[in-house]
Write a protein that binds this ligand. Structure first.
Ligand code: ADP
Ligand code: MG
Length: 451
């Protein structure tokens, strides 16, 4: 079963959440999964329950449900060893290279601070879409710890959150080389906490964070998935905050939109400065492309840059990606780039993800984004926090997949087609007057495209 799951989740997730789990018994159709600690229990329950159930059902149809129990798994020595050696083979460093690699890898991440030197202010283009976040960042650099604390930056995927918050860290270090800066993606922080608990090293982990002058924590929304993790984080946050240490946080949405975020954390986050990053306009996208070609020392006709800037609108990472593809194609064919060549390359790039958009993916993305189970989404509940996500899901199936209203109704527990029509119209109408909803739906779409 683990081998099956390993194929369907990311390597870090597998290592963190699954490798020390196992099934000890199946009784009356309920399989008991042993997990090393309470975090793993919550996480598996909340996030991977379905994955596990599916994997199990494929092996044995007898299993109807799963219960989770914290405890040690008694694996006979020989088996454990076999497992170990397989693991080593599967996770050899050699295959780490097929993971998403960032361009300019030669600039290595500093192991002390975890900062990537390529994220600096020199290469960060400022436009109206991110000027508030940029100004807040500058202010933090002037008064670390005593001005905006925490600084909370939010925005959609690929719009420069990681770049900006890391640039702050790098700049603070440049100003005062003696200070301790630490950048950590929240998922990594969670792994550290889980590991520390497993090895009874919680105190040394706490010490490690207690001494930091500037803590930068990326994609905080993941922490809200488990209560225990929020509690650990809350205590660490307070320790640093009380000592006037600078805390910088990023998220894909504002604190009030993180459904399961505890009130005490929310009010802490809201007590500092919250700044959003929106979408860059055409001029800014063009400027970003020009900046990138300058740093890469390549020349590309302005018309081609304009074409790229016009085609990729909502994600700076994709904007870069499109540029890279065009440059690469020109290099390979040893020809100068003209608009037609760029068009060909870009169109294939942009149209590719759409082909893979399915109703299943929409449901999955909505369920993850709003932290509602897919079952609840399609069921007949009228709970307020389910109604809107359900309407958005219907709306996306109509807009993106062109499903008929009856077939949309069918997918949501056999609802009548008039319900589907009503839902889609409601969202379409709200969109006209509510830019926040537009932003929200864009974030959901990003998530769908990311898979
Ligand atoms: P996020 O963390 O919001 O998903 P990233 O910070 O990873 O986004 O940015 C995605 C890519 O776009 C990175 O390669 C980054 O360098 C680039 N990028 C983002 N914002 C800007 C900007 N304002 N100017 C130049 N490059 C940017
Ligand atoms: Mg990021």
């Amino acid at each position: 079963m683990l081998a099956k799951i390993e194929l369907s989740v990311s390597k870090p997730s597998f290592l963190t959440w699954f490798q020390d789990t196992g099934i000890t018994e199946v009784q009356n159709g309920v399989a008991t999964v042993f997990v090393p600690n309470i975090f793993a229990k919550e996480w598996l329950q909340n996030k991977y329950h379905k994955t596990i159930l599916h994997a199990l059902r494929e092996l044995t149809a007898d299993v109807k449900d799963i219960s989770y129990a914290v405890g040690k798994l008694d694996v006979p020595q020989g088996q454990a060893l076999l497992h170990q050696s397989q693991k080593r083979k599967r996770f050899s460093p050699a295959d780490a290279s097929d993971e998403e690699t960032l361009p300019m890898k030669e600039l290595t991440v500093n192991p002390e601070t975890n900062l990537n030197p390529r994220y600096t202010f020199d290469t960060f283009v400022v436009g109206s879409f991110n000027e508030l976040a940029h100004a807040a960042a500058q202010s933090v650099i002037k008064n670390p710890g005593s001005g905006y604390n925490p600084l909370f930056i939010y925005g959609g995927v690929g719009l420069g959150k990681t770049h900006l918050i890391q640039a702050i860290g790098t700049e603070l270090l440049r100003q005062s080389p003696g200070i301790k800066v630490r950048y950590v993606p929240s998922e990594k922080y969670m792994t550290e906490v889980v590991d520390a608990l497993r090895n009874q090293e919680m105190n040394s982990l706490k010490d490690k964070y207690r001494t930091v002058d500037c803590l930068i924590i990326d994609d905080i929304q993941f922490i809200a998935r488990t209560e225990k993790m929020q509690e650990e984080f809350f205590h660490m946050f307070n320790t640093l905050y009380q000592k006037n240490r600078q805390i910088i946080i990023s998220s894909d949405r504002p604190p009030q939109a993180i459904a399961t975020l505890e009130e005490r954390l929310r009010s802490r986050f809201e007590g500092g400065m919250i700044a959003d990053i929106g979408l860059p306009d055409f001029e800014t996208r063009l400027l970003i492309l020009r900046t990138k070609t300058e740093t890469k020392k390549i020349t590309i006709p302005e018309k081609v840059l304009m074409y790229i800037a016009d085609s990729v609108k909502t994600n700076i990472r994709e904007l870069e990606g499109a540029l890279n593809r065009v440059v690469m194609a020109a290099k390979l064919s040893n020809t100068p780039i003209d608009e037609d060549a760029a068009k060909k390359i870009i169109t294939s790039h942009i149209n590719a993800p759409k082909k893979f958009l399915t109703a299943k993916k929409i449901l999955k993305a909505i369920s993850e984004f709003y932290d509602i189970s897919e079952k609840e989404l399609t069921a007949h509940s009228r709970k307020k926090d389910v109604v809107k996500p359900r309407q958005i899901a219907m709306y996306l199936m109509r807009e993106e997949l062109k499903f008929s209203y009856p077939s949309i109704g069918d997918r949501f527990g056999g609802r009548d087609h008039t319900t589907a029509i009503h839902s889609c119209e409601k969202i379409a109408n709200n969109l006209k007057t509510n830019p926040e909803l537009e932003e929200e739906i864009r974030m959901v779409k990003d998530r769908i495209l990311l898979g």
